[in-house]
Design a protein. Structure first.
Length: 444
């Protein structure tokens, strides 16, 4: 009997020098034809360099059935394509989730196209009818205000079609800046807009993309929630994702799949796709309202806003460098401190620093945020912070992350008069400032 030539969709056995892998053969991505991509029973995809493959054979139907039964995959799971599935638009911006390993160099470089990502995760189509659009294929460290505007405008356009939600795929490095930017820009959005990234490229067996994407889609399809949020792994296993608040989340680890944590807040919800379970963890979220009118409040792309981290042995020049800017966030110490006290012969520079801060405050809003990350500014306790406030620095009592403070300052400067900015920066507009500091919210 002639052996069938494996084609995409076939259940195959791939033999390499090191291992034997069974799964469904997927179309190799356009830009990387030298890689065999296999969907594993776990739902994850693995890419294997063709050089390493000794043999690929189609598994006969009888053996396939036995394999699937062994793994508990029943035919029923894959059947019911419902007519009335919710509609989700995926807007792609790039990042690791859209990337793959270049098997020649070992570096993560090339980018998947939106259709290729969807083809890799067919389970998404069981949850919703998906439309997908490429906005950019970029690393998130290259994001500028103009990209926030692109994303916000596209999201508003999609929402106007009456869809049930939007997923934005995004690099993880600056995902928490973008989520805050979109939360401010998309005022009144009545559907969920969920940002999703991954710490391992989508072609790896160990990728976290699958769960993050599927959990985001599942959440959009089944939860009564509207507004912007992030969906990423809750822990190192592949069993749950958290829906995290757009303005109170931060990437807290360089590489772990559960790097994203709510700061001075709790996660909004936990999504366990395998158990069909969504548990809301915090009570106050907006509900879906497809008729809600979006007021697009975009970023002024020409604005120059900076963040300056305080450190020991500072010089006034560091502050003066911002004199032509439109706004500055000082990432100060703890409760809102900076080196402004001239206490001996070694600290005379600090007088100049205070004068430089005062000069900046006359030109632009200057806002304090804490490099502690957790906790709230309290700028009335020590004389240092009183002096800084007297120089004109805003932020007293804020518990915003430095990143959200930066985004909010830029957004306020883009949409409000200068006099209003200083007042609004410490008012809660999108959940970015909480009223109470809860002990349980520390290091969770
Ligand atoms: N630095 C890249 C980015 O943020 C890759 C990291 C990632 O996507 O996780 O886009």
């Amino acid at each position: 009997m002639a052996t069938a030539i494996p084609k995409p969709g076939d259940f195959v056995e791939v033999v390499t020098a090191d291992e034997t892998i069974k799964g469904t053969l997927l179309q190799s991505p356009e830009l990387e034809k030298s890689v065999v991509v296999i969907k594993l029973g776990s739902g994850y995809n693995i890419g294997i360099s063709k050089d390493k493959v000794k043999r690929i054979t189609v598994v006969p139907p009888q053996q396939q059935q036995e394999e699937k039964e062994e793994k508990g995959i029943t035919a029923a799971a894959a059947t019911t394509k419902k007519q009335k599935l919710p509609k989700i638009s995926i807007l792609h911006t790039g990042g690791t989730i859209a990337s793959k390993v270049d098997y020649r160099t070992g570096g993560v470089i090339a980018k998947f196209l939106p259709e290729e990502i969807l083809a890799m995760f067919p389970e998404l189509k069981e949850i919703a009818n998906i439309d997908s659009k490429l906005i950019r294929n970029m690393w998130s460290e290259d994001m500028r205000f103009a990209h926030y505007n692109l994303m916000a405008k596209e999201a508003a356009k999609e929402a106007a079609k009456g869809i049930d939600g939007i997923i934005i795929t995004h690099g993880t490095d600056t995902m928490h800046y973008s989520s805050a930017a979109l939360a401010f820009a998309l005022e009144g959005i009545g559907i969920p807009v969920i940002l999703v990234g991954s710490q391992r490229s989508s072609d790896r067996g160990s990728t976290d993309s699958a769960l993050n994407l599927v959990a985001a889609a599942y959440f959009i399809a089944h939860a009564d929630f509207s507004g912007v949020a992030i969906c990423m792994h809750e822990n190192m296993s592949d069993n749950a994702c958290l829906i995290l608040p757009a303005t109170k989340t931060r990437k807290m680890h360089t590489s772990r799949r559960d790097a994203f944590r709510a700061i001075n807040s709790t996660a909004i919800a936990r999504v366990e796709v395998e158990n069909n379970n969504i548990s809301f963890l915090s009570g106050n979220h907006a509900k879906k309202n497809k008729d809600s009118k979006i007021m697009l409040k975009l970023f002024d792309e020409k604005l120059r806003v900076g963040i300056l981290k305080t450190h020991p042995n500072m010089h006034a020049e560091e502050f003066k460098a911002y004199q032509s800017y439109d706004g500055l966030v000082i990432e100060g110490f703890a409760l809102g401190h900076a080196p402004v006290s001239a206490i001996d012969e070694f600290t005379t520079e600090h007088k100049k620093i205070l004068a430089a801060i005062e000069a900046l405050c006359k030109k632009m809003p200057v806002v304090m945020a804490s490099q502690c990350i957790y906790g709230r500014l309290q700028m009335n306790v020590y004389q240092t912070a009183r002096d800084i406030q007297a120089a004109g620095v805003a932020g007293h009592l804020s518990d915003m992350t430095p990143e959200t403070t930066f985004i909010k300052l830029a957004w306020l400067l883009s949409n409000y008069k200068k006099a209003e900015v200083k007042d609004l920066i410490t008012k809660n507009l999108r959940g970015e400032i909480t009223e109470r500091t809860e002990p349980a919210d520390f290091l969770v």
